[in-house]
Every structure is written in C-alpha cells, then in structure tokens.
Design a protein around this ligand. Sequence first.
Ligand SMILES: [Ca+2]
Length: 554
Amino acid sequence: MPHTLTDNPPNVLLIAVDDMGYSDAEPFGGEIRTPNLQQLSAGGLRLRNFHVSSLCAPTRAMLLSGCDNHQAGLGVMPPFHSKNQYLQPGYEGPLNHRVLTIAEVLKGAGYATYMAGKWHLGGIKGYRPEDRGFDRVFSFLGGGTSHFNDNRPLSTAEIPHTRYDEDGRDVSDELPDDFFSSEAYADKLIGYLTEHDAERPFFAYLAFTAPHDPLQVPDEWLDRYKGTYDEGYDAIRDARMARMKELGLIPEDLETNPGSGLFPTWDELSADEKAEQARKMELYAAMIENADHNIGRVLDLLKEQGRYDNTLIIFMSDNGANPKEPHFYPPNTPESIQRDYDNSFENMGRKGSFVSAGGAWAEVSDTPFSYFKTTGYEGGTQVPLIVAGPGITKRGVDTSQMLHVTDVLPTILDFAGVARPNERSGVPLAPVYGRSWKPYLTGATIAPIRGEYDVIGFEMFECRSIFKGDWKLLFMAPPYGENEWSLFNLREDPRELVDLKDREPTKFAELKAEWDAYAAAVGYIEAGEIKQLDEMPPEDFFRYTGLDTELGND
Ligand SMILES: [Ca+2]
C-alpha cells in the first residue's frame, strides 16, 4: 500500500561510524581533525544525552527498526548467544521480520533507498540489506574485517559473515588492490547518488566500519598524527575536558574522570610501550579523519547537486570506544594474534596487521564518561549525535533532551511524512520504542521529547540500565562489574562515580520496578552459563537452521 508523499519530501542521509568515542571528533572536544563534521555541526545541532546499545549490531538493529533490540532479533550479539538464548524470539541473530527497517518503510512510500557500509544484521539470504528495503547496496555483512582488499576476518568464528555484498552478489574476492573500506563506501554511495532519479527523494545509509579494529589506514594517512599522542593519556584527556567546557558540552565544574584504574598509567609504561601506545592512537585518529574526509566527499556531492538543503542529515557513533585487544574475538588468543599477524611497529596500520587502541585510550576517547564499549556505563552507551536539515533552526549544543537510538526511525519518518505500518502480511510488528524529535527540532513545540516519567531501558551482555529523568539505574555484570545494582544522578554525576542506592531507597525501588517492567515487555532472556558456540561450530551457528524456512540459505 503506497503512501502519498508530502510536497517536496526531504532526502535523508544517515551516517554511522563504528566504535568512535564520545569526545574524539572536533565538534565534541577532540583533537582529531574532522572539518566536515565541524561544518555539519555549524549548520545543525549537537545533542548530548543520546543513548545507544554498548555493541555494534544491537545498536544497528534499533537504529534501523526503531524497535528495542530484544524484539528485533539482536537480544544479544552473535556469536555470543548462550544456549538458552539461541534462536529464541528476539534473539534470532539477524534482524528479524517482526520489524521493518527505515528503508523498507520509505521504499514503500516511493523513496529510493541506498546503502554503503557495514550491515551486521544478518548474512544469510532473506536477511541481507537488499532483502530489507535497500535498492542499491554495497555492504560488508559482518561486524568487522580487514579494511583492505584481503578482507581478513577478525577470527575464524567470523568467517561465515565476512563477506562484501553488492546488490545481492558476493564480491569479497573482487575487491580492487587499492580498496579501503571508508573510501569504497563513499565511492559507492556517490555513484548511487550520481545516478539517482532526481524526481524521487532518497534515503541513504552510510555506515562506516571505521574506526573499528583492526586500526588501518591507506599509506598516505599513516603518519598524519605523528607525535600527537606522545604526551600520553592524561594530556589528551585534560585538553578535551577544557574544550568540552568551552563548547558547553559539559558543566564548567565537572572534574576529570579518574578512570577505571584497570590499565597502566602512562608513567608506568616503558619507552617502547609508550611508543607503541602512541602509534596505535595515531592510527585510530587517522582513521577517523579519513572517515570525515569521505563524509565530506558525499556532502560535497549533495551541495553540487543542489540537494543538500533539502536533506535531513544524522551523524552518530554506534557505541563507545573499544577497549578490547584483538584476542577478544573468539577463538583468538594473544598467541594466535602474535603468530598470525605482523604487528611490528613498522607494519602497524598496514595490511597484515591487527591492532586496537586498547582500554586506556578507550577511556580517553570516552571522556568525560566512565568505561567503554561492551559496558552499560555512559562510556559504552552515550555517543555523539549531530542533526541538521530542513526546518531545523536550532544551533549549537543541546543538553536538555534524553534521546535514544530507536528515535531515529520515527524522526526520519516524521520528516518524510510517512507512517510505519503496524503489520507485515497480516502479522503484527513489534512496537516502535522510540519517539520523533521533529516537533522539538523544528520548534513546533517546546515540550520535551521525554518527560520526567518516561523511561529508556537497556540490556546487553547482562549489563542492564534504566534511564528516568536525571536518574540512571545500572546493573554491571562481569568482567567490569560484580553483578550489583547502582543508582546514579546523571545530571549531577555524569561520570557515574557516586552510587546513591543506599541514600535513595525509594528512587532505587522505583527504577528497579521500571527495569523489571521493561525486561518483561521486551522479552529479555537472562543468559545461561553454556555458550552456544561451545556446542556448535560457527558455520552452523550462523546458518540459523530453521529460523525462517521459506528463505533458505546460500
Ligand atoms: Ca561498533
């Protein structure tokens, strides 16, 4: 049933970067040169207090569907399912068919739909981007891989979805010699937008795999940050804090985050260790600047085409900075990484290397917040967000609204003037969890997007949280927690250092009841002890036998 588009519906460009920390980019206080994000910020709004999941795929499921990840098929991230979660409703692994993607809805309304970049929402037939509403697709189907044409998987368990897909065809073996992920994604999207039928609006999803590890850049980008990180963690963190205060992103009196204490301080490192740490951060920074450069190429095209002013542009990161070393990906070990990769100082960042920035830099990247990707702390789940487009007249930094990644679908559909259907072939769809930002962004109302009684729930890897007003209830599971609840007032304590659980028992009980209600409503399944991957090889795990029999596999 086609919808009728309003007059002059806006184009939509949704840009996601992968594992970029809160304060890495210049508009958020970082030293990493990101002139195109700066320019986008200047013509739009930076929003603080934007919440995502702590991992790639669950965030992407919510981003594209507007539904909670436990209903959309990403209740946990593959291949980390416990045995009792595997193939359960909401835990299917790929994005399930109880939800519709932004592309599916907008395509039904007459939009042209394009995607270039990381999918991570299902590699089997019936679940790939071209099966989920995208007309033209150049996509990496998995969670991460070498950024060059060797397409080397993060681990043997990742092989089943380490695939580049172009309009439904496996092109993994056809990548050109000079292939680099971010440049290739921008090239493909520029191609689609160049060929685009000018009579129709478009939805374009540009999903970088940068700066996800392995930290890699084309040779000419290798040394762009030489020396920048030689002074170590604290110097960079302090400079970011000062700039964030100037920008109004954080209160003037906010003190520096002391950090988790899990990683050696700069002074505890040997000269060689310092050099290696600085080099890793140089590569990470170069990777982000390179992504910004490629964002700029797409924005320049829209300007040349005269489409820029009628394009809603949303930029975000999918989760906080990554603290993990390459042996995080099962079944890698430190020994296998050392044996199988050339991580010599000279080769770091080039083909054949596999390095990550590590936990100490991840904490700097997530300044001023605590912890990082994989955790329920704000360092894992609060990310930068820039919004610009037709009718959005607010400028600068807005810290007043509590926002969630599931808001993106209702916001985009609201700007497009399109409603999401509530059923697919007569079967009811999962409810949309998010809310439209349009009335607030366009000044149609001054009412907050969420009031003091509204909540946002979160769970991933058994870290759980509820946001309500200024309050956050957090349950932290191992390895970074001890299976205990904490209560924080994020307005007064954005670093989550002061647990108010004992001082505020009534508030604690109120939020705990909210968590229980959220968990029941979304169908959360607590992880059991046995991992599915312990009992099943990865090639079987990712086949999702019996998931959706009419779709088959190839
Ligand atoms: Ca990510």
